[in-house]
Design a protein around this ligand. Sequence first.
Ligand SMILES: O=C(CO)COP(=O)(O)O
Length: 251
Amino acid sequence: MSRTPIIAGNWKMFKTVPEAESFFAEVKGKAEVAGVETVICAPFTNLPVLTKLAEGTSIKIGAQNLHFEDSGAFTGEISGVMLKDLGVDYVILGHSERRAYFGETDEIVNKKMHAAFRHGITPIVCVGEKLEEREADQTKEVCKVQTEGAFQGLTAEQAAQTVIAYEPIWAIGTGKSSTSADANEVISYIRSLIKDLYDEATAEVIRIQYGGSVKPENVTEYMGQSDIDGALVGGASLQPASFIALVEGAK
Ligand SMILES: O=C(CO)COP(=O)(O)O
């Protein structure tokens, strides 16, 4: 079973609208590589312009969060209805920064997964352990709890469409990346969890990325591993040349 590799840039809280426009102009055509899916997950403010610019290209646009209700008195929040209206294809859910700084629990992440599917938006759901959890040999247990929590009540068909990003928290923005073999071992384990929750066919098709200090210099090594289907990239996705090199490296 071949899974299409997916490189997703997570811009986090970076880039104004003019900066997003000039980035897109530089990567258009070049970050479009046959056999690789390219996604840019941008701040909400950039989404109207990016979804327009991406029309007619193979680049998909993603958000970095959504609220689990469709509308209501939730000051400052953005719903799946609003994102779908803009033509957003993907949404990052349960990123460790949202879990750590904004109190997102597995239950909230699960509600957001259901909201994304209600509106035809594909979730990129993040799981991963803290440094002290890795040191206490709890990596697999943490990933199990987060994965089972995120997929509660989703059908096998929905699970098959979902992208999981395994991001060990100690590797995010630190320059300390997991070795490709270690990342592959955890990702294979996460795939086995999907098999237990659903079935073999779903586990075979679901795409699982690695994230955490991925750069053009190491992306190919990750992609060479049996179970790693792409990367979710923060810092190295912010410069056009580096983003293009990441997509090229995933071929
Ligand atoms: O958090 C990440 C992507 O979601 C990883 O960030 P870095 O690539 O900057 O380590």
